[in-house]
Write a protein that binds this ligand. Structure first.
Ligand code: ARG
Length: 459
């Protein structure tokens, strides 16, 4: 007989050590100890309230669980591989500490609903923390935008210079992306905070439990409606993993711009020494490793999402042991997202802008040719026709090796006699971005108004 395991009763042979090692999750799921104990305390209280166990028994159990929590926090809890996972490790320890009464805790419960609950509690806490990290990053974006409110840079499409925009407007584009990331996480939280406890192994239980009491105790608004669903699905974790993948995609794009812009080719920004690293061979190098790594880590967060989707695909209902494989990738996603957000906040705070270089680039590249076309449109030329005229002027300028504003009026008039001497002011990037006053456009007025509104919202 192999009685030392909670499920040892029906087994004649001892589990092979190799199998214990292969199947155990304690190495990584010990991270859920807090959630596991929280859920168990709520469960024990409920059992006593419903008269399923005695009040005194529940008190003993709860006291024992609290002692175990301290043991784990102090690092003197004896984790045992042969006890598979965090649930059985804690339960065994409880029985060892308070005696047979500890064995009553698992009444009307299975590890299947228990682990689903633990994960939900864990994700709830992490989502809240991630939201606060995103908020911090957003506020560093607002601060940078404010500090550099009128720095003008070339805006790109196809990575070709397109139209001048305010650097602050560019930063606030990311603010909005991160805002939607928060919305996605909050939305996912609605489906995370549903209590599966009471589903038992898969069928529910014959004991007169109070599922709503537990849900309330844990701060969950809902209980799951179907016991099979409750232990079978991990869609809430998938939603989190996919919201995280999208968030990392945003961070990765911002990383890419920072990497490009800090190169000598662009030279738009400078990263602080404290946040860059050197090369072991080339003394002149200052490398943007932080955004590079964030860009690289985006790959692992995508991988975690695909891994979880693949693991769940084709699993027959209800619980399958495959699902134990949900944890490491979720934990990794949480760590990666938090780590990336934290370091990025520092990075944004300390980026230095090379305004002159940005403005110079914004003056080159004929980026105000749309303004010239719009000028002609205001004088009655259909836009398509204006586009063609300006196209010819740009070609002329390229051949002459001049900027648009360097072409004398007399020459411009040869392309269209509607062009007057006031054209030159429209060719300045400053003027061009100021003209983009449609709602959501890059004009300074717009950006200032947006910053003001955001700051008010946040107070
Ligand atoms: N360690 C398991 C997991 O993470 C807990 C549930 C195990 N249930 C079972 N019947 N073996 O999924």
């Amino acid at each position: 007989m192999a009685k030392e395991k909670p499920w040892g009763g029906r087994f004649r042979e001892k589990t092979k050590r190799e199998v214990e090692e292969f199947t155990a999750s304690i190495r990584f799921d010990q991270r859920l100890y807090r959630q596991d104990i929280l859920g168990s305390i709520a469960h024990a209280e409920m059992l006593a309230r419903q008269g399923i166990i005695k009040k005194g028994e529940a008190q003993k159990i709860i006291k024992g669980l609290k002692v175990i929590k301290k043991e784990i926090e102090r690092g003197n809890f004896p984790f045992r591989t042969e006890l598979e996972d965090i649930h059985m490790n804690i339960e065994s320890r409880l029985i060892y500490k308070i005696g047979g009464v500890g064995g009553k805790l698992h009444t009307a419960r299975s590890r299947n609903d228990q682990v689903a609950l633990d994960l939900r509690l864990y994700l709830r806490d992490e989502i809240k923390e991630i939201e606060s990290f995103i908020r911090r990053l957003q506020s560093s974006l607002i601060k940078k935008a404010e500090e550099n409110i009128d720095a003008i840079m070339p805006g790109y499409t196809h990575l070709q210079r397109a139209q001048p925009v305010l650097f602050s407007h560019y930063l606030l584009a990311y603010f909005d992306m991160f805002e939607r990331d928060i919305e996605r996480l909050r939305d996912c939280l609605e489906r995370v905070t549903v209590s599966p406890l009471g589903a038992g192994a898969l069928a529910g239980t014959g004991f007169p439990i109070d599922r709503r009491f537990i849900a309330r105790r844990l701060g969950f608004k809902k209980v799951s409606e179907n016991s099979i669903d409750a232990v079978s699905d991990r869609d809430f974790a998938l939603e989190f993993a996919s919201a995280s993948a999208i968030l990392m995609m945003h961070l990765s794009r911002l990383s890419e711009d920072i990497i490009l812009w800090s190169s000598q080719e662009f030279n738009f920004i400078e990263l602080p020494d404290a946040l860059t690293t050197g090369s072991s061979i080339m003394p002149q190098k200052k490398n943007p490793d932080v955004p590079e790594l964030v860009r690289g880590k985006t790959g692992r967060v995508y991988g975690n999402l695909i891994g979880l989707l693949t693991m769940m695909k084709s699993l027959p209902l209800s619980y399958n042991r495959d699902m134990q494989e949900d944890k490491e990738s979720l934990f990794d996603t949480v760590d990666t997202v938090k780590g990336s957000l934290k370091i990025f906040t520092l990075l944004i705070e300390r980026i230095k802008i090379n305004r002159e270089k940005m403005l110079k680039a914004a003056r080159e590249g004929f980026m105000t040719s749309t303004e010239m076309a719009d000028y002609l449109v205001r004088k009655g030329v259909p836009f398509r026709k204006a586009h063609e005229i300006v196209g010819r002027i740009v070609r002329f300028a390229i051949n002459q090796g001049r900027l648009l504003e360097e072409i004398p009026l007399k020459m411009l008039k040869q392309f269209s006699d509607l062009i007057g001497s006031d054209i030159y002011k429209y060719l300045l990037p400053e003027k061009s971005q100021e003209l983009k006053s449609s709602s959501g456009g890059t004009s300074k007025r717009n950006v200032l108004r947006r910053i003001k509104r955001l700051k008010k919202q946040w107070r």
